[in-house]
Design a protein around this ligand. Structure first.
Ligand code: ADP
Ligand code: MG
Length: 418
């Protein structure tokens, strides 16, 4: 027998659970798909396409629905000889300016031997090149900008929809499909961009547990052998998915994690405990990733809030986090940030989902204030804060988390903390 042997018990096709898998059919998105299809209809009619704007949280099927409809569209327009249809589709992750989007578009439209450098041209000449390339291609061109919220200035979002009206384009009929995970992106657009880019808006709401069950059931049929999943597995993954964010991606990841744990554990069926453990593993990964991306002050603010939480002092206002934060900063040999900057760190922690924030009214005088609460399992956070624990020391409120053989054991407990 060789060293490696193929696993054959659990997965029929594990790749069907991966990010890049395109499902044949989408479930639970009938209304959105219908609206989206209607918005695309002008392409088939040979008319100037609509600009379409899709928005909704991550994992609610925006990219999947776009791939699905556009692959049908590409097929179906072939029967009309008078339609010359082209598609440019990319993700804007890593592209932060209109300039970068424009150079990327030029390069998508040109062939490999004729690419332009992504720096060094004046913006206006990149736009000139873009108009030229688009008119060269001619016909109907749909431009899909996925995760468009990465783009921080809206020049291109203004220029592209108006290119024909401004006579920059004469042959090409372009339509833009902008996709955003970020709700505030649309609201922050200038009115003139909003009115053209968001001509047709389609909102993708979060999935509920029932939707997620359907999605998971369909996907599991492709990915797993018959009878491998215990009956409780899919409902549990769906329930967690609905509770977290209504995110299909997260639920599918959880199902895959559970399958992997079963496979690694050499069992033949996937059961509830694999889901539970999988969820803990995934959550730990997310927390670590979030915390690792923070600066030291972010870590100190989080540590301060964590210790207050363990002393039942939460929810707590920013000004009441401050004394503890300041002491921690001093112990770490740094200077405290001004209150405002410290509060920015609280907001960032909230954005990452590590802590929660509630807006409260001050009473009859008016005015509002914010209260912060810890949202995550304390021991997971402590694990990811180990560098800070070494610098600041172990606050007495977290002593309970460190047992005798822990590496922090020799550190003195800091009972002099207030
Ligand atoms: P978004 O683009 O909104 O962040 P995606 O389209 O990438 O979300 O969807 C996330 C994952 O969930 C993908 O793997 C996708 O195939 C799957 N998915 C989302 N919605 C559905 C659905 N309605 N039916 C089947 N699979 C879905
Ligand atoms: Mg997407």
């Amino acid at each position: 027998m060789g060293m490696f042997e193929r696993d054959t018990d659990i997965y029929k096709d594990r790749d069907a659970l991966r990010e890049d898998y395109q499902p044949e059919e989408l479930v639970g998105r009938d209304d959105e798909l219908r609206a989206y299809q209607t918005a695309l209809q002008p392409v088939v009619n040979g008319e100037q396409p609509n600009n379409i704007f899709l928005y909704g949280k991550t994992g609610v099927g925006k990219t999947a629905a776009t791939n699905y409809l556009l692959s049908h569209l590409k097929e179906d327009v072939k029967q009309y000889e008078d339609i010359d249809f082209d598609l440019v589709f990319f993700n804007c992750d890593g592209l932060t300016s209109s300039y970068q989007i424009a150079t990327r578009l030029v390069n998508e439209l040109r062939d490999d031997s004729n690419q332009i450098s992504t720096t060094g041209y004046p913006r206006s000449s990149v736009y000139e090149m873009l108009w030229e390339e688009l008119d060269d291609v001619g016909g109907t061109i749909l431009i899909v900008l996925d995760e468009i919220d990465h783009v921080k200035d809206d020049s291109i979002l203004y220029q592209l929809p108006r290119a024909r009206a401004n006579e920059n384009l004469t042959k090409a009929k372009t339509g833009i499909i902008g996709i955003s995970n970020d709700f505030s992106f649309r609201d922050d657009l200038s009115p003139k961009v909003k009115s053209s880019l968001c001509e047709q808006e389609i909102h993708f709401p979060a999935y509920d547990a029932g939707d997620l069950q359907q999605i998971l059931t369909e996907r599991a049929d492709v990915a797993f052998y018959n009878g491998v999943l215990d009956d409780a597995v899919i409902p549990l993954c769906a329930a967690y998915g609905a509770k977290d964010a209504g995110d299909a991606r997260q639920s599918i990841d959880l199902l895959m994690k559970a399958g992997d744990l079963a496979r690694d554990g050499d069992t033949e069926i996937v059961v509830e405990k694999h889901v539970e453990r999988g969820r803990r593993d995934l959550e730990r990964g997310r927390i670590e990733e979030g915390i690792n991306g923070l600066t030291q002050h972010g870590h100190l603010v989080l540590y301060a809030l964590l210790t207050l939480d363990l002393e039942n002092e939460t929810p707590v206002r920013s000004r009441d986090v401050r004394p503890r934060y300041t002491r921690f900063v001093e112990r770490a040999g740094r200077d405290p940030l001004v209150p405002r900057r410290m509060r920015d760190h609280l907001s960032e922690l909230a954005m990452l989902g590590l802590i929660s924030v509630t807006e409260r009214n001050e009473g009859r005088r008016g005015g509002t204030y914010r209260e912060y609460n810890l949202d995550m399992n304390a021991s997971l956070i402590l694990n990811a804060l180990d560098d800070i624990l070494e610098n600041v020391g172990i606050h007495e409120s977290v002593n309970q988390y460190f047992n005798a053989d822990d590496e922090f054991e020799e550190e003195p407990a800091l009972s002099d903390f207030s």
